[in-house]
Every structure is written in structure tokens, then in C-alpha cells.
Design a protein around this ligand. Structure first.
Ligand code: SIN
Ligand code: FE
Length: 309
């Protein structure tokens, strides 16, 4: 894992020799498990919006880990309904909509090989202090893990996340580990059964349901063997105390006002402390990969000699 710092002046100068080659090189770094890091964020925040976000407190339950914005529905969830007025909710929705659009616009130009080849997933606002949060083990973010979404299987699409630390003075502190391609063979199949491609009957059922538009209504059908493995791998890492204690780690501190992005399905990561972050998730088509051989799907298909989505 390497942290690749990118200075904004470098993007603003028209002087990039070959912008296409540079964009491909950035995709390659991401796909190798590196983190692209902007000491100064390329995303602009109005001072009014920033002050509003920093005034938010997500109180109460562990029902919602973060505040989520769903771009396709233009809705916000995860707020404490008893203490949030309709006006506040509207304002938060407007600020998050703007953030989601700004990050999308930036990445559309920055990562041109992926242009039009992702599905815009949720954005999130993380107003809580991360240190000492009391969450159930599988939902904890202070334990190293690769990301997999229980209710939103990706079927091989990659999970690319773009973060902003908007805290006025504190760093957001992460720890990251060795990428999926190194970890998977250490634990699978001895400790985590490898995915099976599914027998031909279950494959036939899945394609029938998909053709009938039912694929997304039936959870066990919308999850491919790949998704199933990625979910089990996420759980295994969080539940494995010796992995947590002994794996190779790098500690990173993202300063206030910075941005970073990473394929969180391949880079084990945890947040140890920090407060007030924004994040936008993209599900990037597997076919858009510049170096597909390093993706979790390719790694698993090579290990199992079978098709997993
Ligand atoms: C995570 O994706 O596990 C959380 C990262 C963060 O909130 O900084
Ligand atoms: Fe995560």
C-alpha cells in the first residue's frame, strides 16, 4: 500500500503531458491497492454549508451508523427524527446532494477510464466521534475489514470510496493492511470456504429471476457467490482477533481539509478516531478496470477456477 499525494496545483495546471495516460496511471494505482490522497481537497465547500454540517449531532441509537444520502432517490436517512426539523432535514439533503454531485463531477474528469462506468451509490455524513463508538462487532469500523454491503451486493463491481475530513482542526486516523490479493490465500480455503460457482440449477434460477425482473426482490438471488464470499471475508476479518493484532499495519492521519480515495473492497481499513467526514461511494463496473487481474473477483476466480458472478 502506498499513499500517493496529489497536489491541487498539479491538476489545475494544463501542463499534464498526456492526461489520458495520467488518468490510467491513477486508476492503476487505485486498483493496486494504493490510496490517492489530496492534502487539500479538490471539493469546494461553502462556509455556510460547512458550518451547518459541523453543527450537526447524530444522537441516539446505533440503528443508523451514519447519515446516508441516496442520490437516485434524493433522500436522507439516519437522522434522529425526534430532534430534527423539516427545515434541517431539507438543508442537510441539499448539502449532501451538492457534495454527491461535486465529487461525481470531479471524478468524472479525474478518472476518465471509469467515465460512465459506475453506479452512483450512497453518500454518507459521519458526524460522530469514531473513537470508542459502541457498535455491534460486525458493524464496527475501528476493526480492520474490507467492505461488503449486506443488502447491496455488487456482483463483482468494485467499491470505490471518496472521503473528506471536514473537521476544522482534527485529523481522521486510519489504519490499513495488506490488500485482498495477499490476504485471501492466507485464509481461504483453510478458514473461509471459497465460493462455489453454484450448481447449474441455481444459476438457471438466478438468470430466470433476473430476466423476470425479480432478481432484486429475492435477497438470496441477488447475492452472487462472489458477494457471499466478500461478506464472509468482511466478517472473518472483524471477528479474527489474531488477524487484528498481528497483521501488517500502516497508520495514516488525514488532516483537516484533505480528501482521499481507495478501493475499500480490497484494502483492509479501520478508522480509529476522528469526527465529521463526508464520503461518496461508487460501484465501478468490473469491465472498466485498467488492471483487472488484481480485483477481488479475479483473485477469487483464479483461486476457484470458476465464474463467480
Ligand atoms: C469505513 O469505511 O470502514 C469507515 C471509514 C471512515 O469512516 O473513515
Ligand atoms: Fe469500511
Amino acid at each position: 500500500m502506498a499513499l500517493i499525494p496529489i497536489a491541487l496545483e498539479r491538476l489545475q495546471r494544463d501542463g499534464l503531458e498526456d492526461p489520458e495516460a495520467q488518468a490510467r496511471a491513477w486508476c492503476q494505482r487505485l486498483e493496486a491497492g494504493d490510496i490517492l490522497y489530496f492534502p487539500q481537497t479538490p471539493i469546494h465547500f461553502g462556509s455556510h454549508d460547512l458550518a451547518f454540517l459541523l453543527g450537526q449531532q447524530q444522537t441516539g441509537s446505533t440503528l443508523h451508523k451514519n447519515i446516508a444520502y441516496k442520490p437516485n432517490l434524493d433522500t436522507v436517512s439516519g437522522l434522529d427524527a425526534s430532534t430534527t426539523s423539516a427545515a434541517e432535514l431539507n438543508q442537510l439533503r441539499a448539502v449532501m446532494r451538492q457534495y454527491s454531485q461535486d465529487v461525481t463531477r470531479f471524478l468524472t474528469h479525474f478518472l476518465t477510464p471509469y467515465q460512465g462506468r459506475w453506479q452512483l451509490d450512497y453518500a454518507s455524513f459521519r458526524p460522530q466521534e469514531e473513537e470508542g463508538r459502541d457498535l455491534p462487532l460486525r458493524r464496527r469500523n475501528d476493526l480492520l475489514h474490507t467492505d461488503a454491503f449486506p443488502t447491496r451486493p455488487t456482483r463483482g463491481a468494485r467499491i470505490l470510496r471518496f472521503f473528506n475530513n471536514i473537521h476544522p482542526s482534527r485529523t481522521r486516523d486510519w489504519v490499513v493492511g495488506d490488500p485482498f490479493a495477499l490476504l485471501a490465500p492466507l485464509y481461504a480455503p483453510q478458514h473461509i470456504p471459497l465460493p462455489a460457482s453454484g450448481n447449474s440449477a441455481s444459476r438457471a434460477l438466478r438468470s430466470l429471476a433476473t430476466a423476470a425482473g425479480l432478481g432484486y426482490a429475492i435477497p438470496s438471488l441477488k447475492r452472487s457467490p462472489y458477494d457471499d464470499f466478500m461478506m464472509r471475508f468482511h466478517n472473518f476479518l472483524k471477528e479474527n482477533a489474531s488477524f487484528q493484532a498481528e497483521c501488517r499495519k500502516e497508520y495514516l492521519r488525514f488532516p483537516p481539509g484533505s480528501s482521499w480515495m481507495v478501493y475499500t473492497d480490497m484494502v483492509p481499513h479501520a478508522v480509529l478516531s476522528g469526527q465529521y467526514a463526508l464520503e461518496q461511494t461508487f460501484l465501478v463496473e468490473h469491465q472498466a478496470m485498467v488492471s483487472p487481474e488484481t480485483s477481488p473477483l479475479s483473485v477469487l476466480e483464479a483461486m476457484t477456477h470458476s465464474a463467480l458472478v
